[in-house]
Design a binder for this molecule. Structure first.
Ligand code: AHR
Length: 512
């Protein structure tokens, strides 16, 4: 059997986890809002039309921040269309996704919904068709207490208290040719700077996220980051990164559906890792050029697996309300890769302070709904659930000695992907580990340095014989994790068996 060794040392740490690393994203896209979180008339709908079954599934994920309203949608959105009496709100052509937007849900309803799921809004402003004026008015509407035109408008709309939205995106994917109002880096950098200035004048407590690259494959990456940051470094707090595994930009995608190159697929998070490292270097380069003292961090505000729905999406008729777009049917292998991606984010917890699983309901989603029917968890729900519930405290920097493999697209891929968090308050260590090998189990020895008297309290294993099986409305619990007894501690050495192609959680607690 293959073997790996890992050292976890109490004194060898990366950073405290910012809980916003477990953020998510809801866009006015497809069935995310309408028949997703919102379905008046559904047997589970509450007084506002929000589905209580979906609320429960989201709450369990403990996602502390949810990005809204887009995505590509925001670059053509007029937020004023979605506030005030519902019967007066216009139906509009939505150009980003070629749909019709009924505007039944807008900012105020979404803020209400985030409270129901114990979360907060991360708001994006439209820098595609709009700019400085819209952005400052929106901050005034949302965050100013009262006594001005927009704050009083909010009060008249039934919200006497300001929403106090803290984190704001300065547009979305402005480097992308597909974006409504796409810009060159100098154009965007100048605009983002001026928008940031007025937004901060309205509310000095907000945090701002400037658009980085839509992916590491973009032709302007990483010059985009350098130029944009040279314009904005002193007025922003985060650079936004997006990455979807198997976005169809390379030859690997063409081959995947019929000839699954699983070994390459399971290493896709290494692209994400390199992406983060390059952006960190670029940020720090600009910091040096500017002789700046403050740090700019990363908001990885779109990440996931995305490739199953492309064919279906091409066949969807345009100009419908809530068409079934980007409805990925996730399988077990996707879930394991999502686990690897979470480990990558945790490994960069010193610089990645916000991250959003894109998205949350129906669109590229861990949670699916049937219109008028059930809601259920897709495979990718589970690794996110485990990490968001247990991955808190200090991230330990693991020293890993693993067997490696070469695949068609990657070389020297470690068979194990692993990270651990130490929660000082609870005196627990939570280890997350993936065995990327689809054929063989892996035996791992964790040397727990400085952690005397810790013992296993829980071992969760997510494994499945068929990597391409998933959950469906007919069989919603086909691929679920189970408790296991694969782990034991002896003299500060934890020995654990990671079954072939699996996501594993090993939870340890100090025994007094
Ligand atoms: O999440 C789906 C889309 O992916 C978003 O609207 C856009 O920002 C990205 O290209």
């Amino acid at each position: 059997m293959k073997k790996a060794k890992v050292i976890l040392d109490k004194d060898f740490t990366i950073s405290e986890v910012d809980k916003r690393i477990y953020g998510s994203f809801i866009e006015h896209l497809g069935r995310a809002i309408y028949t997703g979180i919102y379905e008046p008339g559904h047997p589970q709908a509450d007084e506002q039309g929000f589905r209580k079954d979906v609320i429960d599934l989201v709450k369990a994920l403990k996602t502390p921040i949810i990005r809204y309203p887009g995505g590509n949608f925001v670059s053509g959105y007029n937020w004023e269309d979605g506030v005030g009496p519902k019967e007066q709100r216009p139906k509009k052509l939505e150009l980003a996704w070629r749909s019709i937007e009924p505007n039944e849900v807008g900012i105020n309803e979404f803020v209400d919904w985030t409270k129901k799921v114990d979360s907060e809004v991360m708001m994006a402003v439209n820098l595609g068709t709009r700019g400085i004026d819209e952005a400052r008015n929106l901050v005034e509407y949302c965050n100013f207490p009262g006594g001005t035109f927009y704050s009083d408008l909010r009060r008249r709309h039934g919200y006497p208290e300001p929403h106090k939205i803290k984190v704001w995106n300065l547009g979305n994917e402005m480097d992308g040719e597909w974006q409504i109002g796409h810009k060159l880096p100098h154009e965007y950098g100048r605009l983002a700077r001026e928008v940031a200035k007025v937004m901060r004048q309205v509310d000095p407590n907000i945090e701002l996220v400037v658009c980085g690259s839509s992916g590491p494959g973009m032709p302007t990456f990483p010059e985009w980051e350098r130029i944009v940051l040279e314009h904005t470094y002193d007025v922003v707090d985060y650079v936004s990164l997006h990455y979807y595994a198997n976005f169809p930009s390379g030859p690997e995608f063409v081959e995947l559906p019929n000839n699954p190159d699983l070994a390459s697929f399971m290493a896709k998070n290494l692209d994400m890792d390199r992406f983060i490292k390059t952006v960190v270097s670029t940020i720090d380069y600009v910091k040096a050029v500017k002789r700046a003292k403050k740090d700019v961090h990363i908001s990885f505000d779109e990440w996931n697996v995305w490739y199953h729905s492309f064919e279906k999406d091409r066949k969807v008729e345009p100009w419908q309300i809530a068409p079934p777009l980007l409805e990925e049917d996730y399988n077990f292998a996707d879930a394991v890769l999502v686990g690897c991606m979470i480990i990558t984010l945790l490994r960069h917890a010193d610089r990645v302070k916000i991250a959003c699983l894109a998205q949350l309901v129906n669109v590229l989603a861990p949670i699916m709904t049937v219109k008028g029917g059930i809601s259920y968890r897709q495979t990718i729900y589970y690794p996110f659930l485990h990490a968001s519930n247990y991955g808190h405290g200090i991230v330990l920097n693991p020293k890993i000695d693993s067997p490696k493999y070469d695949s068609r697209l990657y070389t020297d891929v470690p068979v194990i992907e692993t990270i651990a968090t130490y929660n000082e308050e609870e005196d627990t260590i939570n280890i997350f580990a993936v065995n990327r090998d689809a054929k063989e189990d892996l035996l791992v020895e964790y040397n727990l340095k400085g952690f005397e008297k810790f013992n296993v309290i829980e071992n969760i294993v997510y494994e499945n014989d068929d990597p391409f099986a998933g959950n469906t409305p007919e069989n919603p619990d086909k691929v679920v994790p189970h408790l296991a007894y694969n782990a034991k501690v002896n003299n500060n050495i934890l020995e654990v068996l990671l079954p072939k192609l699996s996501w594993n959680v090993i939870r340890l607690k100090k025994i007094n």
